[in-house]
Design a protein around this ligand. Structure first.
Ligand SMILES: Nc1nc2c(c(=O)[nH]1)N[C@H]1C(S)=C(S)[C@@H](COP(=O)(O)OP(=O)(O)OC[C@H]3O[C@@H](n4cnc5c(=O)[nH]c(N)nc54)[C@H](O)[C@@H]3O)O[C@H]1N2
Ligand SMILES: Nc1nc2c(c(=O)[nH]1)N[C@H]1C(S)=C(S)[C@@H](COP(=O)(O)OP(=O)(O)OC[C@H]3O[C@@H](n4cnc5c(=O)[nH]c(N)nc54)[C@H](O)[C@@H]3O)O[C@H]1N2
Ligand SMILES: [Mo]
Length: 672
């Protein structure tokens, strides 16, 4: 008799704005099919190819199935399998010993983007770290500049619903490539274009949507600040600022106008490399259109001017008066649609201000330079630092330290995992219960496990619960396990009817009926309910003040900008084990011909920090003076095992101490 496939609805918690609802068919212990549901309107029955083929990730050769202990030199991935009891006892003993000998701060938990789920990060793990007094990780590798800017101006207001862009007469897509990084926005844009909407894309790369745009502005990386301020200034000087909106709903517009005033179209043109006429054409289009929606992404935050640039971009809908109509306004991160009160819910002690903060952007430096106390125990989970953090050589040197005890809790044998002293195998989201919300689409999702864990893999919340016990730090009233954690997180957030709906449908919308319209249905959650166009706290915190421009770091020796955006093949470095081919560096034909480089050539991209040897690919879609080597590469993707992060300095952004991935300045030459 043929076995019948069992179909379950679950949700994707990966680091992506779309938060898809999935229908998964399991047959004979294997995944037979994964597709998007139609009941989640934003998923709309389709998903990305990465998650459609998630079984390849779950069952790949690199999948970690049993705990293991290092038996060879660091980095050589020579391990022997041990049981969970032994592994957890060993890890607990090392945690306690580091704490007792050097103090809790000698323990550094390192986690980031493996999962957007609410159960697998910041629950029992954070409880363990806080009770141990471990160093507190500042998760600043992504979304901090955008977060600081949108908090400063709008109190992180939930923006225009992404589906509402279908109503726009003008869509501006600034520093994001939804064709790779949030694919469900693409049909929305296409539907608007079909209705006659205009499209402007601001991106140094001619992305798939830039090819469809009425206007593509290709700034030199890191110059969005002068571009946006020139538009702000044009709006004021040409009587196109909405003075009534500014008066009623904002503070600080005079100061913003003053700061923007130094950026004439000509001066902005010089710095950005965009024609003054094109900047003016954009300003005019924007002033004329309604509804005008502005989708701001993360590409523009990853440089020295990141926070001020995002602030200037987000000021545009306020200055031009684009709010108050369906589809008008802006969308940055919508993560504030749901805010569970996690700390009390899961019995985490409140973060102690006296505990050492470690910014993850400088982890390489922290591991390799004298610190008080030194980091003795590094616990990596939901993260692949060797692939994703700046200053790759320093991170590697840190992982090579003989006196460092490194735990890597992972699904697959990543480049980082190869350096572990103890490896712990983690479940994937199809193998454990998850609950979560994303930062683009706003529903809350409940994702049950759909299949048994592979090997003896365990989920994060159970492993950290167990470590807490083995460190003697548990409390009788700690909520533990999926059911108790879900209940604790929902308390005070959902009423019983909502909780039932979420459980039943796997999905709970953040609103009833039509999506709320900013400045009609809700206002900025700032103390005075207004937009702060000149946030004083940001002015004080920046060395050049908010809206102050920091010059390009290029030198005669290293004149080219290297950017490393996302691709459709991986999510950061997740799924990189499945991308076996060599990944080329993209270069503009003019930059290539000057250096005698052709497609397929072996090249050396280098600066004072390091070098990447890889293939070259000539690409007309790149702005001149800029190279592109995507983020998230594994050592097998280039000829010398290094990625863009070996060329990325651990400099921090103007405000918020974010990462400056796109501030790498390099030279390129044919390699022998
Ligand atoms: N398939 C896939 N989806 C993903 C991810 C992934 O890796 N793969 N990553 C997820 C994560 S972690 C995040 S944070 C989001 C990020 O999603 P996005 O916001 O799309 O961010 P990036 O991929 O960093 O860059 C987006 C665009 O910014 C451009 N850019 C680079 N520098 C500049 C600049 O100085 N100014 C301007 N205007 N543009 C610039 C790049 O050319 C690129 O086209 O996507 C999420 N979704
Ligand atoms: N050069 C350059 N580097 C970048 C960027 C860039 O633009 N340029 N962008 C940055 C951005 S936007 C981000 S968000 C960061 C992301 O950086 P990371 O946080 O390192 O993200 P990933 O590379 O996706 O690695 C996540 C790892 O977590 C594992 N994982 C997933 N789920 C679980 C789980 O439930 N339990 C456990 N224990 N492990 C799990 C996955 O297998 C994966 O190896 O990278 C940054 N790095
Ligand atoms: Mo990110």
């Amino acid at each position: 008799m043929a076995e019948t496939a069992l179909s379950t609805v679950t949700a994707c918690p990966l680091d992506c704005p779309d938060a898809c609802s999935l229908e998964v068919q399991v047959e004979g212990g294997h995944i037979a099919k994964i597709d998007g549901t139609r009941t989640n309107p934003y998923t709309a029955g389709f998903i990305c190819s990465k998650v459609r083929h998630f079984a390849d990730h779950m069952d790949c050769d690199e999948r970690l199935l049993e705990p293991a202990r290092r038996v060879g030199p660091k980095g050589k991935a020579e391990f022997e399998t041990i049981g969970w009891d032994e592994a957890l006892d060993l890890v607990a003993a090392e945690l306690k010993s580091a704490r007792d000998r050097f103090g809790g701060e000698s323990i550094l938990p390192l986690s980031y983007g493996g999962s957007n789920g609410w159960l697998t990060q910041d629950t029992t793990d954070a409880r363990l770290w806080r009770r141990l007094g471990a160093s507190h990780l500042l998760r600043n590798v992504c979304a901090v500049p955008t977060g600081v800017a949108s908090q400063g101006l709008y109190g992180k207001m939930v923006g225009t619903d992404l589906a509402d862009y279908v109503h726009c007469d003008l869509i501006v897509i600034w520093g994001t490539n939804p064709s790779a990084t949030g694919i469900h926005f693409v049909p929305v844009v296409q539907a608007a274009l079909k209705r006659g909407a205009k499209l402007v894309v601001v991106d140094p790369i001619r992305t798939p949507l830039a090819k469809k745009a009425d206007l593509h502005l290709a700034p030199h990386p890191g110059t969005d600040l002068p571009l946006a301020l020139a538009v702000v200034s044009w709006l004021f000087e040409n009587g196109r600022a909405d003075l009534e909106f500014l008066e009623q709903h904002t503070t600080g517009s005079d100061e913003l106008r003053r700061r923007a005033g130094v950026w004439t179209l000509e001066r902005a043109a010089e710095v950005t490399g965009i024609d003054a006429a094109a900047i003016e054409a954009f300003a005019r289009l924007y002033a004329d259109a309604s509804p005008a929606g502005l989708r701001c992404g993360w590409g523009l935050e990853r440089n020295r001017n990141g926070t001020s640039a995002v602030a200037a971009v987000l000021s545009l809908p306020a200055v031009a008066g684009k709010f108050g109509v369906r589809g008008g306004g802006y969308t940055m991160s919508n993560s504030r649609a749901w805010t569970p009160d996690i700390e009390p819910a899961v019995n985490q002690p409140v973060a102690d201000d006296a505990v050492r903060r470690v910014n993850m952007n400088v982890v390489g430096r922290v591991l390799t330079t004298p610190q008080d106390p030194p980091v003795q125990c590094l616990f990596v989970y939901n993260c692949n630092p060797l692939a994703t953090l700046p200053e790759q050589q320093r991170v590697r040197a840190g992982l090579e330290r003989e006196d460092l005890f490194t735990v890597v809790f992972e699904q697959v044998l990543t480049d980082t995992a190869r350096y572990a002293d103890v490896l712990l195998p983690a479940t994937t989201f199809l193998e454990h219960r998850e609950l979560g919300a994303s930062y683009g689409a706003t529903p809350l999702t409940d994702g049950p496990a759909v299949i048994a864990p592979r090997g003896s893999a365990r989920n994060n919340y159970e492993v950290f619960e167990e470590l807490c016990r083995r460190c003697g730090l548990e409390r009788a009233d700690d909520p533990n396990g999926a059911e108790e954690l879900v209940e604790a997180l929902q308390k005070g957030l959902l009423d019983p009817t909502q909780a039932r709906t979420l459980r039943r449908d796997g999905l709970l919308s953040s609103f009833r009926g039509e999506a709320p319209i900013p400045f009609v249905d809700h206002f900025p959650p700032t103390p005075d309910g207004k937009v702060h166009l000149f946030p004083e706290e940001l002015e004080e915190a920046s060395s050049v003040g908010i809206y102050g421009y920091l010059e390009d770091p290029a030198t005669a020796e290293y004149p080219l900008a290297l950017i490393s955006p996302a691709t459709s093949r991986t999510i950061s470095s997740t799924f990189g084990q499945l991308v076996r081919r060599q990944v080329p560096v993209q270069i503009h034909p003019d930059d290539a011909s000057k250096r005698g480089i052709a497609t397929g050539d072996r090249v050396r991209v280098f600066n004072a920090l390091g070098e990447v040897i890889c293939e070259a690919s000539i690409d007309v879609n790149l702005v001149r003076g800029t190279l592109c080597l995507p983020k998230g590469l594994w050592s097998h993707n280039t000829l010398n095992g290094a990625s863009s992060n070996s060329l990325v300095p651990d400099d921090l952004t103007d405000l918020g101490d974010g990462a400056c991935f796109n501030d790498a300045r390099v030279e390129i030459e044919p390699a022998s």
